[in-house]
Design a protein around this ligand. Sequence first.
Ligand code: FMN
Ligand code: SF4
Ligand code: SF4
Length: 304
Amino acid sequence: MVGPTLQGTKRYIIRRMSSLRGMTSLYNLQIDKNMRIELKYFTGTGNSLKVLNTSKDVFTEANHTTGISAIGLNEKSLNGSDLLGFCFPVYAFGIPRICRKYLKKMKKFNRKQNTFIIITAGDPDESGFSVNECVRILRKKNCEVIYTAVLQMPINWTVSMNPPSKEEYIPIIHEGVKQSRAIATDLLNGIKKHHTFNIPKRYGRFGLYKEYLLFKYLGIYNLWRLFQVYDSCNGCQICSKICPTNSITMVGKKPKWGSTCEQCMRCVNFCPNKSIYQSYNGDTTARNRYYEPDFKPSLRKDLA
Ligand SMILES: Cc1cc2nc3c(=O)[nH]c(=O)nc-3n(C[C@H](O)[C@H](O)[C@H](O)COP(=O)(O)O)c2cc1C
Ligand code: SF4
Ligand code: SF4
């Protein structure tokens, strides 16, 4: 009995100190029992999975039963759990279209569902409306959003900017993992925190709205049309096998992109010959490639 009592006292002190500091408030979670925790992610290059897997480790170490899986538009609605967590990347100040669709399609929970959201961003100042978008949809689904956070992870938008080199991205990942452990620990201590919306310094209010609306209503629906391959493409099919939305078909040994593409950059960053680029300023010849080093995308088996 000594263990649980000491743990309970420690947790009480942490919660009390946090509330006295005025930074946080507390939420009501039965953290002493074995909780059932469900974690859902979308990832192009592994950052969001790394962050959520780190939280999973913390929950599992504390003896909570934790499941983690990718979102899928054809999956059955969630049944409800003691704690539900999402982790998505930010795309042009919003969430990926597939994540928005998934959240909107989710069935309303019968009971209040404690939920947390983590957004991974190349620049934490540029998370835009991503958190707010999730919160707005989740509240309609009877979710009590108890914790929201934006974590910096390496930029993967290779057709738009140069991702960091290995020397540059290792410390960024290290810090992201540290922060995701801290978030999971906060959650287990019943601490409630919320990301504060801000206008990105580099863009200003006008730039933020312009980029967000253009990308949401035009970009994602059309940017797949810009994909091209250099002569170095040898038809290996890897891009087609790893695409999370099955948006690439091989036509005459060359990849062809389709409209379900989410611009997740997995194909661009994993192509072994660095062959993929986009027309209109999307030349990738001189750019680094990035994916989270532990990330191993699964391969579609229906292609020979
Ligand atoms: C199409 C696209 C748009 C992006 N837009 C933003 C953005 O607006 N702000 C930002 O900070 N990072 C942006 N990024 C960077 C990603 O959000 C970041 O690298 C994220 O951690 C990638 O996560 P993943 O590896 O789980 O896919 C963008 C990346 C892509 C591919
Ligand atoms: S992964 Fe690269 S080399 Fe292989 S088919 Fe796709 S574009 Fe061509
Ligand atoms: S085609 Fe490429 S960028 Fe588009 S969803 Fe598939 S892997 Fe991602």
